[in-house]
Design a protein around this ligand. Sequence first.
Ligand code: ADP
Length: 464
Amino acid sequence: MKIVIAASEVVPFAKTGGLADVCGALPLELEKEGQAVIIVMPGYKTARNLKQPAVKRLKEGISISRIGKNINVYFIDNDEYFNRDSLYGEPKTGDYQDNLDRFSYFCKRTLELLKELKFAAGIIHCHDWQSALIPIYLKTLYAKDDFYKSSKTIFTIHNIGYQGLFPKQEFPKLGLDWNVFNMEMLEYFDKINILKGGIVFSDLVNTVSETYSKEIQTKQFGFGMEGILNKRRDSVFGIINGLDYSIWDPSRDKTIFKNYSFKRIEDKYVNKEELQKISKLPLKRNVPLLGIVSRLAEQKGFDILSEGIDAICKMDLQLIILGTGDLKYHQILEQMVKKYPKVISLSLKFDDTLAHRIYAGSDIFLMPSKYEPCGLGQMISLRYGTLPLVFKTGGLADTVNEENGFVFDNYSKDELIKTIKKAIKVYKDKIQWNELMLRGMKLNFSWAQSAKRYIELYERAKGK
Ligand code: ADP
């Protein structure tokens, strides 16, 4: 099958979160399964400057690179739109004002590029609102275009909280007829909602875990999209993300201090000690070290975490936090570091190497997300023998349980604190702790299984 992956971020070219991990790993697995895959993404500054794999100019406005054995990655270049320091906006000023121009350009140019390449795709797999205009354009502007008559679209929602909402006045920029601006299609309370259009116009919709695919059809988790998703419920699926174990494997990971596996678990503690050193925390082997690698956002549980942080810091533990996000949480956490310098270490940045070292060196991985479409952190930490502590939601509910970590199912600071206390108690029992660690490390969330499920989904779309 000829498959196009169209996404706004792809590892190793550009990443702000799990979307990039997925769009970098799934194509590799599809290729292994014998599928003909290409990727199209915006030509951001970070991508254009990458040395390995090299990105080269193919022609005016298009660059190219290659991953896997033979997967061409095409970049839609446009200096005005994509030659910037960030992908979607700046931390201080928020989203770029011209995001609709940027990503509608990306989608239009992608559809033209496929024609220029004569790549007659069976499946165009789009991800999140930034590529959601592709299915919309296919069913409108390109409805009578012979080149696309056999192309079907899959739309994967990685996080329904980000919908691409824009003022109605910007609608003419899209080049669409006003007749699609209605409550059944692109309109949402007098605004343009690009994600909603993606849900309506794609052939099949999926999200990144079974539980989340059900949750988003409810008022509590749907962010206003529950109605439209309910209407399409026979076309909505859930496929859990896999992990790329060529990147996330403590026995081969070149960024950690010492490699280890479930057969050499002692060496994990070399990582703990080195992590304590670089984090300037006291070297204490028997005090549980809690790690966080996350966007600092309410979605990731930082509301209850900041409510409870003072009490948490008073416990017999150490806490290492790596992340960037809402200024509010930066400030709260900075205050805590001043108050408890021997307990908390804080790095307010995006740092891939440090992330690997935290997964390897911590004992417990804290991920109390309020909602979590899939979540990679808990799967990574399981492989690194770092027990996840999570709120029971979305992909966290599908991957973590009492057999491999700690789960609470009432979203509140008190429950979070109670569960941390419970984890610390178990931590003192070395035999039980080792059993939990080993069980987690042996779990397999590789892409092989999930890629097979995507191929089934593609087949289903083809049959529509
Ligand atoms: P998200 O909702 O942010 O996509 P996921 O759990 O799906 O959450 O994926 C987050 C990914 O980004 C993981 O690979 C995690 O290790 C990584 N990550 C998040 N914040 C940072 C950071 N500050 N530095 C390095 N890596 C980070």
